[in-house]
Design a binder for this molecule. Structure first.
Ligand code: SAM
Ligand code: DTB
Ligand code: SF4
Length: 325
């Protein structure tokens, strides 16, 4: 990023971080009560959107995100595969739709798509959209004109996560900076595509970092329409697995608090209970729904790691009286 572009962007107001932090500090029942109130004011109380993910280009990524099994430089056993064919993607989207998903998210392990990569992705978006599904892509940083190409293909959402607080970001990624992420989010917003932007918790960050992530998201103008909250999936071979020794770095109730604070501070957003659900178990997931999560990734695979079986999710929905949307 150029210095001018960085300076043009207002810094995060510490008072917004304080607001988020004071929500985190509420008694658990008070926090969840407030989150439920906000949730019911803006969303159907018991509806959860089912979104299926597909890795359309797996592994071999030049970036150094400390959590990611797809970075070429880490030895995680993830293969470096080329871009899938449009037909394979459409078949996967059809199968996801048949099993109940209404949204399809296509993810690529790129720092940034090359012009020759974007043409087939445009075809994928058009074909998935034609099935009547909501479309989302996450392809890395976008350059001039790329967001417009995706918009013209019918892309509904572009996912690009800020991942953590501005202060902690440099501990996790060194090959790009926060301003780069904000730049792509601006391009997506300017093109008229809905913004899907969230982060990962359980990376060894402080509560202040979690509060600052949510404050930063809520301070985007307008805030994202979609906010994925991921619990770190620790994958052997990544720096964060080595640092955290495969042991959970976060109390599950703190994860629930994070969902609740996101719900309160971004009342209209879809709050997506994203990676890490397999490790959370049913009771904690139930608390996440109570805290205002209203979307999940559905299907037994995220991008390269596992996710609860669809049948297990359907069984949990039945137990909780949730309806798939
Ligand atoms: N390469 C593009 C990018 O980084 O924006 C798109 C794909 S990337 C895998 C999408 C998101 O997955 C990341 O921004 C990160 O938030 C999430 N993610 C990756 N590895 C994860 C892990 N081990 N646990 C939780 N979330 C993870
Ligand atoms: C998001 O925030 N989480 C999803 C989706 N957006 C692309 C990805 C989770 C990836 C988890 C690790 C993996 O399966 O490779
Ligand atoms: Fe690459 Fe995205 Fe993984 Fe970072 S998170 S290493 S940019 S695929």
């Amino acid at each position: 990023m150029t210095e001018a572009a960085t300076l043009a962007r207002p810094a995060l107001d510490p008072r917004v971080v304080d607001t988020a932090q004071s929500l985190f500090a509420l008694p658990f029942a008070d926090l969840l009560f407030r989150a439920q109130q906000v949730h019911r004011e803006h969303h159907a109380a018991n509806a959860v959107q089912l979104s299926t993910l597909l890795s359309i280009k797996t592994g071999g990524c030049p970036e150094d995100c400390g959590y990611c099994p797809q970075a070429a430089r880490y030895h995680t056993g993830v293969a470096n595969d080329g871009l899938l064919d449009v037909d394979e993607v459409v078949d996967a989207a059809r199968a996801a739709q048949a099993s109940g998903a209404t949204r399809f998210c296509m993810g690529a392990a790129w720092r940034s798509p090359k012009p020759r990569d974007l043409a087939p992705v445009v075809e994928m978006v058009k074909a998935v959209k034609a099935l009547g599904m909501e479309t989302c892509c996450t392809l890395g940083m976008l350059k001039d004109g790329q967001a417009e190409q995706l918009r013209d293909a019918g892309l509904d959402y572009y996912n690009h996560n800020l991942d953590t607080s501005p202060e902690f970001y440099g501990d996790i990624v060194s090959t790009r900076d926060y301003a780069d992420r904000l730049d792509t989010l601006g391009r997506v917003r300017d093109a008229g595509i809905h913004v899907c932007c969230g982060g990962i918790v359980g990376m060894g960050e402080s509560r202040r970092d979690r509060a600052a992530l949510i404050a930063q998201l809520a301070s985007l103008s307008p805030p994202p329409e979609s906010v994925p909250i991921n619990h770190l999936v620790q994958v052997e071979g990544t720096p964060l697995h080595a640092k955290l020794h495969g042991e959970a770095a976060l109390d599950p109730l703190e994860f629930v608090r994070t969902i609740a604070v996101a719900r309160i501070m971004m009342p209209r957003a879809m709050i997506r209970l994203s990676a890490g659900r397999r490790e959370l178990g049913e009771a904690v997931q139930a608390l996440c729904y109570l805290a205002g999560a209203n979307s999940i990734f559905y299907g037994d695979r995220l991008l390269t790691t596992g996710n609860p079986e669809a049948a297990a999710d359907r069984a949990l929905f039945d137990k909780l009286g949730l309806v798939a949307a």
